[in-house]
Ligand binder design. Structure first.
Ligand SMILES: Cc1cc2nc3c(=O)[nH]c(=O)nc-3n(C[C@H](O)[C@H](O)[C@H](O)COP(=O)(O)OP(=O)(O)OC[C@H]3O[C@@H](n4cnc5c(N)ncnc54)[C@H](O)[C@@H]3O)c2cc1C
Length: 408
């Protein structure tokens, strides 16, 4: 079976690797001219580590990643708001959590893809997909190339997916009312005391610091803003520095340890859940199918899960595509839709500006039960995976960050 994959991000490359391991021969088409990534870092929660181990990548991730043992929350003046016992989460789910730079994660996956002999065609930007006279999809690239594989997988991201446009007729992402500034701080000396995630909550503002090593910390600052004001200033780092001046350390230190030209502003969008992820012989995976907000913490983790499930569905259906698509969507759609919804719920609480809503949110976070929180996340994130602590998980009615800190 000829398999073409549009997009060489985490979804496209991990799907390619999973398929190759199962004996298929995929080919990846990536719009960029060379390997490159945007973004700072990613937290790979235990459900992602399960898939990474299955794909044979976990050892390499262990070599480049940090192992956070806790997430600590504070308000904007330094009052503790509880946290998450990541060590307990890892023990319960049976796999470790890692913090990694996005470029390092991408490099590890690409290295395995190349070593597995999977061709990656850079400089191939898909321009459109249409059906031929036999009802089979033909993808056209801006460089004039065309492909007509037996199975075409759309892994071309959230912002302008050609595959999603073909499948759903529309691929318009939804702005969710806040911007992120992201960066990677590198110090000569330690910037933080331990390898942890530090999450600071204000009113309509948030700052998250994620340590990989004591001297290497990626971060994301966020603020509620109308889309018309989501425009980078001439000195982006100065804007963030001014906005978060007076917040607890290490916020200022981490901003200062980030090269000024390396801070990026992102207007944060997600996608409405779709009823169907396939049309003809085209299937959507990763963000193109189900992009959640970064507040879900699960976008890349869910892209990896897609890879693991897709090969099982394909094998289970003996290569029958309709059957594969049906099984894949049935397994993946409820979980990803729930996580996307919880990402929105959590974002609404985080970017609330009403003082009473913020007070309630903070009180609720402070009072949360660490053991119950771990159980809730284990049930939600482990759902559908044969991980040790998740075998009895029920479908993810609850189970993401949104279900822990809901204020409505
Ligand atoms: C600020 C921020 C923080 C995040 N933090 C986390 C986190 O901690 N944990 C987590 O799990 N997730 C996180 N995410 C989400 C995660 O980054 C995404 O869900 C994940 O990268 C999705 O992978 P993907 O391969 O589907 O899409 P992408 O990574 O967007 O990859 C899509 C690929 O397709 C290519 N492409 C696009 N259009 C075309 C075309 N027309 N033709 C050919 N190629 C094309 C692109 O160049 C790209 O390489 C975060 C996201 C943001 C914005």
């Amino acid at each position: 079976m000829e398999i073409g994959i549009l997009g060489g991000g985490i979804a496209g490359l991990s799907v390619a690797l999973a398929l190759r391991k199962q004996g298929y021969h995929p080919r990846v088409y990536e719009r960029r001219r060379e390997p490159a990534t945007m973004g700072a870092g990613v937290t790979l929660w235990p459900n992602a580590s399960f898939v990474l181990e299955e794909l044979g990548l976990l050892q390499d991730i262990d070599a480049i990643g940090g192992r956070p043992l806790a997430m600590h929350r504070q308000d904007a003046v330094g009052n503790a708001l509880g946290g998450l016992d990541i060590a307990l989460l890892d023990r319960t789910m049976g796999y470790p959590t890692y913090t990694v730079l996005r470029r390092d994660l991408q490099a590890v996956v690409l290295d395995h893809v190349v070593r597995a002999g999977i061709p990656v065609e850079f400089g191939h930007r898909a321009a459109g997909i249409e059906l031929d006279a036999h009802g089979r999809a033909v993808a056209h690239f801006e460089n004039g190339a065309n492909i007509r594989p037996d199975l075409l997988i759309g892994a071309d991201g959230r912002m302008d997916s050609v595959a999603r446009k073909f499948v759903a007729g529309d691929n318009t992402p939804v702005y969710q009312g806040f911007v992120n500034w992201i960066g990677v701080a590198q110090g000569q000396h330690a910037l933080v005391d331990d390898i942890s995630i530090q999450d600071f909550w204000g009113a309509g503002e948030r700052f998250g610091c994620v340590a990989i090593r004591p001297q290497l910390v990626y971060w994301a600052a966020a603020q509620a803003r109308p889309l018309s004001e989501a425009i980078p200033t001439a000195d982006i780092r100065k804007e963030v520095e001014d906005l978060f001046a007076g917040w607890p350390e290490p916020v200022a230190q981490i901003i200062r340890a980030t090269p000024a030209n390396a801070v990026r502003l992102i207007a944060v969008h997600d996608l409405e859940p779709l009823h169907t992820w396939n049309r003809a012989n085209v299937l959507l995976v990763g963000d193109a199918a189900h992009a959640p907000l970064p507040t879900s913490g699960q976008g890349a983790c869910q892209a990896l899960e897609d890879a693991w499930h897709l090969v099982r569905c394909l094998d289970g259906a003996s290569g029958n595509l309709d059957e594969t698509f049906r099984a894949f969507t049935e397994i993946r759609s409820p979980k990803t839709a729930k996580l996307a919804e919880q990402g929105r719920v959590f974002a609404r609480g985080l970017f609330a500006t009403d003082p009473e809503a913020c007070r309630l949110r903070n009180e609720r976070a402070k009072a949360s039960d660490p053991v119950r929180d771990v159980q809730v996340l284990t049930a939600g994130w482990g759902q559908g995976l044969p991980m040790p602590g998740c075998r009895d998980s029920t479908p993810a009615q609850e189970g993401g960050f949104g279900s822990l800190y809901r204020t409505e």
